[in-house]
Design a protein around this ligand. Sequence first.
Ligand SMILES: [Zn+2]
Length: 84
Amino acid sequence: MSFTSEQISNLVRQVGITRDSELNCNECLHHVAEFAECELTGRQVTEALEAVRHHLTLCIECKEEYDELLKVLRALDDSSPAAS
Ligand SMILES: [Zn+2]
């Protein structure tokens, strides 16, 4: 059984895509503030932020960071005067 180089590069690309969709903790924490902001403002999350959401369901450490961040952002929001 043999593969053409085209088949192999397709396979490599697929594996690469799968790996790219899994964030590591650094990447997650890099985007987590943006994600928290989207959650708080009800803004639609981008594909990159969906990956953050996914990571947060898998990684308790990042989830804790995220929860802390949400707490801080909510506190800031409460203390700012409503301008409506
Ligand atoms: Zn993580």
